[in-house]
Design a protein around this ligand. Structure first.
Ligand SMILES: *[C@@H]1O[C@H](CO)[C@@H](O)[C@H](O)[C@H]1NC(C)=O
Ligand SMILES: *[C@@H]1O[C@H](CO)[C@@H](O)[C@H](O)[C@H]1NC(C)=O
Ligand SMILES: *[C@@H]1O[C@H](CO)[C@@H](O)[C@H](O)[C@H]1NC(C)=O
Ligand SMILES: *[C@@H]1O[C@H](CO)[C@@H](O)[C@H](O)[C@H]1NC(C)=O
Length: 617
């Protein structure tokens, strides 16, 4: 501070950068577990001896409960406060079952009932299945409330074999979805984990993929599944499965891992003479998530880690988000790609993949395709002349059996990831949930991404049509658990504006936003670019789209797309330079003396600059 005139004015400016950000940059706000607790933004359920990661979690908004399946225990938690008034069912394997499991040479830790399948069976019952110490079991659980009390009770008389519905080994990947009373599962169905299958099994029927058919499934890792209608005809409903598998090359040797989306008709009963108890409609194709490199060589993210289906008002068109990682052992990168159902359907309606012989390359099948088109359902939309898949002509079944794959892959929206993490030594990403948020300037996808060190990252991605670029804004970095553990479940309740996050140390609930943390003036709030928040003239507070309140509200200032606080909140101009200044403080100094300039901005993306205005009197 030399040569400062007698009295100088020093102006301090917090300069926000609104440049490109990625997961590697500083978040707008970083909150430790302690801070989250002090802010009352989180509650954690640590269970009564809940010592293992939840194997599965299920949201039940109608009953306002969260069900958690763990080792030997099933919990029912309150959605309001996960750590208040929980109920539990102990469902352990019997001593004889554990003994039997140990006799088979299994470890003590494996010989327990890991509850891995939890589905809402109907309005009053859940279907729960567990590994049962390498002897899978299923049972129904009574839920809901009577006039007297909460119900949460396993119906002992309903316990039955869970073979084909739950794996034997708790480390085995499984995905399930329940539709009209039927459970659809992707799993390894046998003790030795050789028999991977997509199946539907109930008391009366049993339908699955072919056994030992590597064209259909080859060492799959099951990630997700969902029933998605094609149109208003329920007979056309299809079950979609998301998984990875290995490509079989010409020599029959295993090659690269690819991500697949496969589907079957929900009403598929298999064939009459051939494909008995086998899907007559199973088709699959590849999901691509890649970025073009500078030299034209694309980097592929082929290993699906998690999938999230963001439901829409239009049930036929959920948006699909995949969290992928590279398969390279040298370079660890992650990407999130988004897909539209229209593109998925177009691929399944497109050309089948074909190769003359195993040593040939795949090419589009150019020959005659039988009717009804292989992979379609027995429904009115398809002419209504087949009352079920058992009526399908043999040539249709033969074709679908020999051509289970489509030629074209499904490409992501914008032809590239919406989010990338390619920094060496970056965090490992484990889970993802997505919210659709209506803001002043359009709707945004808010991604919640779980890491292997207890963190949930809250990110928005903004597509710019003019420049064909995607901007990622890391809004918040939330340390959900006290100790760094991998996050293995994230469930979102948009209705309650809460996340429910599972790990081996418990289940946490976190509010999706806390707008007042962005500061106490307009520019702070606007520059945060959090679509949940807006400046209402007094505070940074939750933004509700017009129409939510009947009473007309004050003008709400929000600019998620550009974060242009200058325009919204009147900018600050110094020496002809326009700053996106959000805070100004004047400190008077005296020549020949020293003055402490102090400032700690809330945002980690802020830069603090001090300017000297000389010669002011
Ligand atoms: C959190 O909740 C406690 C008890 O309900 C209350 O005393 C405290 O003031 C709250 N803290 C904040 C930051 O709201
Ligand atoms: C739900 O399913 C259970 C088990 O099959 C059955 O006992 C119960 O009556 C069903 N409830 C309703 C409302 O359909
Ligand atoms: C399935 O069969 C078992 C045993 O035969 C029976 O106890 C159970 O109630 C049946 N479940 C349904 C849903 O029909
Ligand atoms: C110089 O600064 C110190 C601390 O800021 C203050 O106590 C002191 O009065 C100042 N001296 C003059 C001459 O202004």
């Amino acid at each position: 501070m030399d040569s400062v005139n007698s009295v100088s004015v020093i102006v301090f400016v917090v300069l926000w950068s609104s440049s490109h950000s990625a997961l590697s940059v500083q978040p707008r706000i970083r909150l430790s577990h302690k801070e989250l607790r002090e802010l009352n933004r989180t509650w954690v359920f640590q269970g009564s001896g809940l010592s293992l990661p939840p194997q599965t979690m299920l949201l039940d908004e109608a009953h306002e409960r969260l069900y958690v399946g763990t080792r030997n225990t099933l919990y029912s938690l309150s959605l309001d406060r996960v750590n208040h008034q929980h109920r539990e069912i102990v469902w352990a394997s019997s001593e004889a079952q554990v003994e039997d499991c140990l006799m088979k040479g299994r470890e003590k830790s494996e010989c327990a009932n890991y509850i891995k399948v939890l589905q809402q069976y109907n309005g009053t019952h859940l279907l729960a299945c567990g590994t049962g110490a390498f002897n899978p079991l299923c049972a129904t659980v009574r839920i809901g409330h009577t006039a007297q009390a909460w119900q949460f009770e396993l119906e002992e008389q309903s316990v039955q074999s869970g073979r084909g519905r739950c794996p034997y080994n708790h480390n085995s990947p499984v995905t399930s979805t329940l539709h009209r009373g039927e459970l659809y599962v992707g799993l390894y169905s046998d003790y030795w984990e050789n028999d991977a299958a997509l199946c539907r099994i109930n008391n009366h029927s049993y339908t699955r993929t072919e056994r030992d058919d590597r064209q259909q499934l080859n060492e799959p890792k099951f990630i997700g599944s969902m029933v998605i209608p094609d149109n208003d005809d329920r007979d056309d409903d299809k079950v979609y499965f998301f998984f990875t598998e290995r490509e079989v090359d010409a020599e029959g040797a295993n090659k690269a891992v690819y991500t697949r989306v496969g589907r079957v008709c929900a009403n598929d009963q298999g064939g009459q003479r051939m494909l008995v108890n086998r899907w007559s409609s199973f088709l699959k194709t590849r999901l691509i998530c890649s970025v073009a490199g500078p030299n034209g060589i694309a980097t592929h993210f082929d290993d699906l880690v998690d999938v999230f289906l963001l439901k829409n008002k239009d049930k036929k068109n959920p948006e699909i988000f995949g969290l992928f990682r590279t398969t390279s052992s040298v370079f660890q990168g992650y990407a999130v790609c988004m897909y539209y159902m229209d593109d998925v359907r177009a691929v399944f309606n497109g050309q089948f993949a074909h190769r003359e012989r195993p040593e040939h390359h795949w090419s589009p099948y150019e020959g005659w395709v039988p009717f009804p088109r292989p992979g379609s359902c027995a429904s009115k939309v398809n002419g209504g002349e087949f009352s079920g898949s058992k009526d399908f002509p043999d040539e249709v079944l033969r074709f679908v059996r020999s051509h289970p794959a489509m030629f074209s892959p499904v490409l992501p929206v914008y032809r590239r990831p919406v989010l990338l993490q390619t920094e060496p030594g970056g965090r490992r990403l484990t889970q993802m949930a997505v919210d659709r948020v209506q803001a002043q300037d359009g709707h945004y996808h808010v991604l919640y991404i779980g890491t292997d060190d207890s963190v949930v990252l809250k990110v928005i991605t903004i597509y710019n049509t003019d420049t064909d670029t995607i901007e990622e804004v890391l809004l918040e970095e939330l340390q959900v658990f006290k100790v760094p553990v991998p996050i293995n479940e994230i469930i979102i309740s948009a209705k309650r504006q809460q996340l429910y996050v599972g790990s081996e140390v418990g289940v946490a609930q976190i509010k999706l936003h806390q707008c007042n943390l962005y500061g106490f003036d307009c520019a702070d709030c606007c520059l945060a670019r959090d679509p949940y928040c807006a400046w209402d003239g007094l505070t940074c507070s939750p933004y509700y789209p017009a129409g939510v309140y009947t009473k007309s509200r004050r003008f709400r200032r929000q600019d998620v797309r550009h974060g242009n606080a200058v325009q919204l909140c009147n900018g600050l101009q110094i020496d002809g330079v326009q700053f996106q200044g959000v805070e100004e403080r004047q400190v008077y100094g005296v020549e020949g003396n020293s003055t402490l300039l102090e400032c700690t901005p809330r945002s980690l993306q802020a830069r603090v600059l001090w300017y000297i205005q000389r010669g002011q009197r």
